[in-house]
Design a protein around this ligand. Sequence first.
Ligand code: PLP
Length: 474
Amino acid sequence: MKSSAAPSWLPDLERSGGPIYLSLADALGAAVTSGALKPGERLPTHRALASALDLDLTTVTRAYGEARRRGLIDAAAGRGTFVRPPPKGQDDRRPAVEVDLSMNLPPHPPAAEISARLSQTMAAILRRPDLPQLLSYHPSAGSADDRSAGAEWLSPLLPGLTAARVLVAGGGQAALMSLLTTLVPGGGTILTEAMTYPGLRAAASQAGIVPLGLDMDAEGLLPDALDEACARLKPAALYTIPTIQNPTTATMSPARRAAVAEVIRRHRLPVIEDDAYGLLPDQPPAPLATLVPEHVWYVATLSKCLFPALRVAYVVAPDQRRATRAQAALRATVQMPPPLSAAVATRWIGDGTAHEIVTAIRREARARQDLARRLLPPDVLDAHPEGHHVWLRLSPTCDAATFADRIRRSGLAVVPGGAFAVAPAAASATHDRRADNALRISLGAARNLDTLDGALTRIAAAMDEDQETTPEIV
Ligand SMILES: Cc1ncc(COP(=O)(O)O)c(C=O)c1O
């Protein structure tokens, strides 16, 4: 029998695809974002919502569990479930963020000379005799010069790359959205790492695509998990970040890449290889796109090597024919890459400035990683020596969302692992639910090494405090 009292919040699940518990967690997230659910508001009981939506009690329990992992809600024993205060900068009652280590930005050391170089380059571009043409519409895959510059930039990773396979996109996010709609038209399932870049999840959700996460180890996704999921789920594509994975920092070894490539080849699986961090390592590993080029769409943003406001990324299609397909999606999404920004990138790639900036950024990233290794407990720290972020695993007694909230109240922003979690692809319960009990700490966002030193010292102290206050269980 249904309860007669209508629940205080009732989502409309009609238009959502995929597992119902995820749709419900997504609807909860949307209601929090839109303000339909206010911070501190009590949510309907599991039973009331299950009854009103005609769902199993376990579906609602799983949805609330997922929402809690995403940091959207809190449960207070005996009092019910409540909407969590929103993240950084959105709640006036919370102290301002003093050090924001939540965004994965490249550090900009003085040696990179970004602002001086940018003002010189912009002035030179504005003096170009073809300025009227530059300020007009351009081909949606970018101008011939911009595509050639992309091929030149990526040639250390993809030897012999020609401009015909390169498309210029208005940032990695626009590239991902365009590729998702190209490869998974009408919605479907894609596979990702168990924890992945939240922007991919956002794009998938917009496109009605359900991402399912593959088990990982220290080298990234497991080839056997990929093989099993391909056979059982017949996914439309795989999205993977093989180098300095966001958020776990896992980097596939050459052997892992070969094993993953073998599975991709056998299942003829379309792949989006997101190599946002691929040019940061001194010795960049060969992308999957060199091993199975016929299946891989390769995406490389300049956001992490230069700066995010440039909004320039390069997409490498498996072949020229498929480049034309993606071009149509890019046109529908963003019309064309931002021409002034693309002109800056092209000039900087051509005259060596881009190389000098990424070298300065890499050097600074290394110094910041050294600092993190000195200040944070090494046995629970996953990192890459030239990455922009670290992944700090917390003990099972320390909940990542609660910990992040606590240090946020002292003015430090980091991201709890639940923000990256994807519903597991595995049919059985092999998926390690505790794997996301971690923090992603972005080192590049701190103003300088001193600020970072202070922030990491405070995080380490908060971890120690937490250990001290945890009652011993015997
Ligand atoms: C793996 C990954 N891909 C893509 C992006 C987004 O790049 P863009 O700024 O070009 O949209 C990010 C940003 O954090 C990222 O971590």
